[in-house]
Design a binder for this molecule. Structure first.
Ligand SMILES: *[C@@H]1O[C@H](CO)[C@@H](O)[C@H](O)[C@H]1NC(C)=O
Ligand SMILES: *[C@@H]1O[C@H](CO)[C@@H](O)[C@H](O)[C@H]1NC(C)=O
Ligand SMILES: *[C@@H]1O[C@H](CO)[C@@H](O)[C@H](O)[C@H]1NC(C)=O
Ligand SMILES: *[C@@H]1O[C@H](CO)[C@@H](O)[C@H](O)[C@H]1NC(C)=O
Ligand SMILES: *[C@@H]1O[C@H](CO)[C@@H](O)[C@H](O)[C@H]1NC(C)=O
Ligand SMILES: *[C@@H]1O[C@H](CO)[C@@H](O)[C@H](O)[C@H]1NC(C)=O
Length: 342
């Protein structure tokens, strides 16, 4: 499927209103973040290379579905890792980045739309160390700390990597994440989190990764001020489609939304089709950011998450029947995921 000609035209028009040349100003009077349609803060945590069924096999990840909205039809966009991360933040197929090598791209990203509107952001990278004065460290990997650049999509964009002020928003997760959550309402509006190669299950397994994720989730959920208007997405870059035994299968991954102020129901399942572009489109719609200039126009093609809570909706254990594409309410969640009709 490709974006329509109309979609591309819209993307072109957006250049006039969201000119990226105005985004590099260090003017301290940037507007305060506009109120979001569904949320005032979006946190995404990205894990690695695990089939959906394997993730459900872990008691922690299974349990977590009782607290939020499970996205039953969410898919990685591609293989290998890096382009999946990049499609979360820009509107072309990975900004021309199709492998795990270091790339520099002149394309634009969601950051170019957020900054002029006063939407604040930070990228938390486990094991990462910036250069002096917070300059971007473009290194491919830091072996001792298990940081890899291919899981840090912001580093590929020239207008981020070459900009000290923007680089200062890409931080070492261990030093900054809990501290920023403790700011409560003052935490950034967009928080992008990549665990290291052990904690994201890349070099380990899903049970190992569960420990880090539980720490991160608990840190957030235990802070009521932080959780006000906050939506958390826990997702994976891709499943194990690259193995011969899985090759050709859909890139289905475990993805879960948490945050009762922002989703229509908890302990429930949303059956609509989503992929990593959905994140981008949801962010654009939430803050009325327009579309990313140039690129592939994919942010005019996909739709945002479909079961998010507007200010007038009530939270309930299950979405209203009418809101499910199949007209059915999902059965109650219990310890047996097979009951959940997917
Ligand atoms: C910052 O922006 C405001 C309003 O947009 C403007 O009045 C002011 O002169 C700018 N300051 C600097 C230092 O650019
Ligand atoms: C599942 O969640 C409940 C309630 O939040 C908690 O008491 C229990 O320890 C959790 N179990 C696992 C395996 O995480
Ligand atoms: C959402 O609300 C339900 C009902 O109070 C609760 O069981 C669940 O843990 C909440 N989820 C989160 C992420 O706080
Ligand atoms: C990307 O740009 C950096 C400087 O920001 C440079 O050191 C590096 O060699 C470039 N990499 C590629 C693959 O062009
Ligand atoms: C970014 O920096 C690299 C080298 O440091 C340079 O080759 C490239 O032209 C710069 N790009 C931009 C957009 O400034
Ligand atoms: C996951 O890895 C740990 C070692 O880190 C091991 O003890 C455990 O058995 C593994 N679990 C699974 C399900 O493979």
């Amino acid at each position: 499927m490709k974006p329509t000609a109309a979609g591309l035209l819209l993307a072109g028009l957006a250049v006039a209103t969201a000119s990226p040349t105005t985004t590099c100003s260090t003017n301290s009077s940037t507007p305060s973040a506009p109120k979001g349609k569904w949320f005032d803060r979006f946190v995404v945590i990205v894990l690695e290379n695990t089939n959906r069924g394997t993730t459900f096999g872990d008691p922690y990840f299974l349990n977590l579905t009782n607290m939020g909205m499970y996205l039953d039809n969410y898919h990685g966009t591609t293989h290998p890792s890096q382009p999946n991360y990049i499609t979360m933040v820009t509107n072309s197929i990975a900004a021309g980045v199709f492998n795990d090598d270091d790339h520099n791209t002149t394309e634009y990203s969601i950051i170019d739309l957020m900054e002029p509107k006063g939407v604040t952001w930070k990228a938390y990278m486990e094991g990462y160390s910036p250069l002096a004065n917070g300059e971007c460290n473009p290194v491919s990997e830091i072996k001792e700390t298990l940081y890899v650049r291919k899981h840090n999509p912001f580093m590929s964009f020239d207008n981020i990597r070459n900009n000290t002020r923007r680089c200062q928003n890409i931080v070492n997760a261990e030093q900054h994440f809990a501290k920023d959550v403790a700011l409560g309402a003052g935490a950034p509006n967009y928080m992008y989190y990549s665990p290291n190669l052990d904690n994201d299950a890349h070099n380990t397994n899903i049970s190992f990764a569960a420990k880090d994720i539980q720490y991160l989730v608990d840190t957030m959920l235990n802070n009521k001020e932080f959780m006000k208007g906050t939506m958390i997405l826990i997702t994976f870059d891709e499943n194990m489609i690259y193995l011969n035994t899985n090759y050709g299968q859909p890139n289905a991954i475990y993805s879960l939304l948490l945050g009762n102020d922002t989703i229509k129901c908890y302990s429930c399942v949303d059956q609509q089709y989503y992929n990593h572009f959905t994140q981008l489109v949801t962010l654009e719609n939430n803050w009325n950011l327009g579309n990313i200039p140039n690129g592939g126009g994919w942010d005019t093609f996909w739709r945002p998450f479909g079961q998010l809570r507007s200010k007038t909706d009530d939270i309930c254990a299950y979405a209203p029947c009418s809101e499910y594409p199949d007209g059915k309410s999902p059965p109650p969640a219990d310890a047996d995921w097979n009951d959940q009709n997917y």
